[in-house]
Every structure is written in C-alpha cells, then in structure tokens.
Design a protein around this ligand. Structure first.
Ligand code: MLT
Length: 200
C-alpha cells in the first residue's frame, strides 16, 4: 500500500498507524502524530479504493452504507500490509496504535472487530460501527479512544454509544469523548486524544 514511514527517536514507543478520511491522503494526519507523541514511529497509509478519484479504505454503496464484502477484504489486506511493513521498516508489530478519521477510523474499527492482534490501541475520530451481528475477538487489554460529535450528521450519537458498548463487551477499555462540531476533527478532540494517550 502507498505509505509514508517515519522512524521515531524512541524504540520503546509505538508506531502510529495514520488512516485518513475519504478524499484524503497519507499526508493529511501527519501533524496529528506530532500532537500526540513526537517520539513515536509513524506509518501513514493511503486507502487503496478510489471513489470518483477520492481515496478511501473500502467501498461503500451510499454514504454510511458500507460494502461489507469489500470492507472484509480490505481489512485483511491492511492487516497483512501491517505484517509486511513491520518487517520492512523494523518496528514492533505488536505495538501499533491506530489514529484514524472518518473512513480511516472505520477501517481501524474493522481491524479491531476482525483481528485480535492487529492493533494495541486505537484513536478513532468520528467512527461508525463497521459491522453488526458478528462476534468480536477478545479485546481485553486494548484501549480505544472515540472522538464523537453530539451533532455529527454522518454518525449519530447513538451509533457512537453502540460502538463503545460493542468494544467494551469484547473486553476493551473505551473512552468516549464528545464534541459538538458535527463530523469535523477539531483541535479540542485531538488534544483530548493526546491526553488520553499520555495517561495509558
Ligand atoms: C465511510 O464511508 O466510511 C463513512 O461514511 C465516513 C466517510 O468517509 O464519509
């Protein structure tokens, strides 16, 4: 997958897996990594799907309606890419913290829903529930931050609560942080995520 890798100064620190929103690129979230932890590695990936030229991580049938078969295929593809990238760039495969926004948060959520060992933790900005009606892996010991909007037109407050419950029922520790700026990724939310990360 097309990506940027930046080696951090401290090998004990995690690798941030940056996952952009629809129409974004692997450049978009680079400043976020610096806000959270300047010493961590950064692996920023571009989605392999194009929707009218806009990069995404999986296909959708309409806004908010996912192509489930493609979501599953692309989740596997990203998980395998993480194995390869860890080998190629020499980082710890078991210490990846996803940082995703919107469509990128949705594929990060899907990694958690499908693979027990894909991520150590995740910061999900404005995620949806990636799939319903499936059994999640045991996510004990995983930490998840959800940045949600009380008035997010793409993801209802109820869906954000549902995602929290589904992850918690699988054993994850989840912090749900609310803003009221619609689907936007606000600086307040980034700062809250950084504070959460620093208290892990
Ligand atoms: C998605 O398709 O992942 C969500 O609708 C969020 C978006 O990318 O607009």
């Amino acid at each position: 997958m097309q990506h940027i890798f930046q080696k951090g100064d401290d090998p004990s620190k995690p690798t941030f897996l940056l996952l952009h929103g629809t129409g974004g690129t692997e450049q978009d979230l680079l400043p976020l990594a610096g806000e959270i932890d300047k010493e961590a590695n950064v692996l920023s990936v571009r989605g392999n799907v194009a929707e009218n030229g806009m990069p995404r991580f999986f296909k959708r049938l309409a806004e908010g309606v996912f192509d489930e078969a493609d979501l599953i295929t692309r989740t596997t593809e990203l998980n395998e890419f993480l194995d390869e990238a860890a080998e190629e760039h020499g980082f710890d495969r078991d210490n990846i913290v996803a940082v995703g926004y919107s469509n990128g948060a949705n594929i990060a959520g899907s990694l958690l829903f499908h693979y027990q060992h894909a991520l150590r933790a995740a910061i999900l900005h404005h995620p949806m529930v990636p799939r319903r009606g499936i059994e999640l892996p045991d996510l004990s010991g995983k930490n998840v931050f959800i940045g949600a909007g009380t008035n997010d037109p793409i993801c209802s407050a109820e869906e954000s609560e549902d995602l929290k419950s589904l992850l918690e029922n699988a054993g994850a520790r989840v912090e749900l942080h609310w803003e009221n700026m619609g689907h936007q990724l606000s600086m307040g939310e980034v700062k809250a995520a950084a504070e959460w990360y620093n208290n892990l």
